[in-house]
Structures are given as structure tokens and as C-alpha cells.
Design a protein around this ligand. Sequence first.
Ligand SMILES: C[S@@+](CC[C@H](N)C(=O)[O-])C[C@H]1O[C@@H](n2cnc3c(N)ncnc32)[C@H](O)[C@@H]1O
Length: 212
Amino acid sequence: MAAEHYFSELQSSKMDLGLISVHLRRCYFEFVTSRGVFSKRRLDRGTRLMIESMVLPDKGVLLDLGCGYGPIGIAASVFNPSLHVVMTDTNLRAVKLARINAKRNHVSNIQVFHGSLYDPVDEMFFDSIVSNPPLAAGFRKVIVPLVEGAYNHLNPGGYIQLVVRKSSGGKKIHDLMFSAFGSVETIARGGGYRILLSKRDRTSAVGSHSQA
Ligand SMILES: C[S@@+](CC[C@H](N)C(=O)[O-])C[C@H]1O[C@@H](n2cnc3c(N)ncnc32)[C@H](O)[C@@H]1O
């Protein structure tokens, strides 16, 4: 039997609920968490850096891929209520908590889907994709298709923002974003984490892929 991880579809541990209360960009949030989801005791430092510094489109659709209990997508929705936010995760417990947390933080412009990578949103296009990516799930298996798949799921002018850790695959992800998009910039850094942003060309046609 495969070992159980925070990204496994089913979690065998008991759902022992916890609550994280936190201010982010001067807004107050409460997140219900549990054993069996990523960073259940406190907001991850990389997640916090993403929430404090992410660039949000004025309007359109934002995807939080690998949403966990939902902090990034829910914060995006609170900061810009005119966005439609879509969140996805492979972990069914995370999906359940993200739905609970959307209600708890009074956001209604959110959809949460269960599934891997772009499978649950295959027909959709986004103005921004944000993720604190699941490095533990494997660079080739998850991070490469996450970054390369982003290009074809972004509207022209749309952008992907990822949290990376300098000491753990940060350079590899930077190089991967550069080769998929032709450019990458660091928009924030702190505590060993960085937020990397790559933008899809405004002039490129939806559905096409640039060859580096
Ligand atoms: C580092 S955690 C970040 C969770 C949350 N965004 C946060 O910042 O607290 C990565 C998340 O990606 C999910 N995940 C792992 N593999 C995935 C995949 N193939 N497709 C979608 N989500 C995945 C995990 O279950 C986990 O919740």
C-alpha cells in the first residue's frame, strides 16, 4: 500500500480540528485545519509571503492549485471580491476544509474542486494561477506539469505566481518557469522563501504553447 502523505487523496487519521486566526494585509481570517492537511498548526511562512505579496488581477478568474485548507485562494477573494476564485486539491480532506473556510470567511465567489493538477479545470482559462506547490509530491510528476500546464490555462497577459524555497528546488523551479514562459521575476523574498512570477505574452493565442 502507498504511504500516506499530506497530498494523499484519503487520510486515515482522525479529523482533529484546529483553528488558525491571522491578520493578512490588514484583513482578519479564520481557517479551520485538521491533521492530514498541509501546515495544520500555523500558516506556512511561504504561504504567508504569497498572501502578503501576490499580484491580483483587477477582474477575471484566479486558480489556487493545491489549495490545502484554502488560505491563498480565500485571501485573494477577500482582497478582490470581483475575482472569481477556483481552488483545487488532491486531498479530499483539504477540499472539505477549503469549502468550510470559504463560508467561514464569508466569501461566495469561490469554487473548490477535487483532483490532480489541471484535471478538474481542464476546460477553464485563468487570469492568474497561484500555488504554494507540493514539492514533496515530486518535481517531475507534479511541478513540471504544473508549470508547463499553466501556460495553456492562462489567458494572454495572465500570470503564474509560485512560492519557492531557496534551499529546496527554488532554482530548478525558476529555470522551469523561464523555459516555459521566456521570463521570470522575483516579486518578493523573505525567510528563505521567494515568490516567482511568469507572465504569458499578451499577443499569444489561447491554447498554443511557446517552444523555448
Ligand atoms: C505545500 S501545500 C500548500 C497548501 C496551501 N495552498 C497552503 O499554502 O497552505 C501543497 C498542496 O498541494 C496539494 N497537491 C499535491 N499534489 C497535487 C496535485 N497533483 N494536484 C493538486 N494539488 C496537489 C497537496 O494536497 C497540498 O494541499
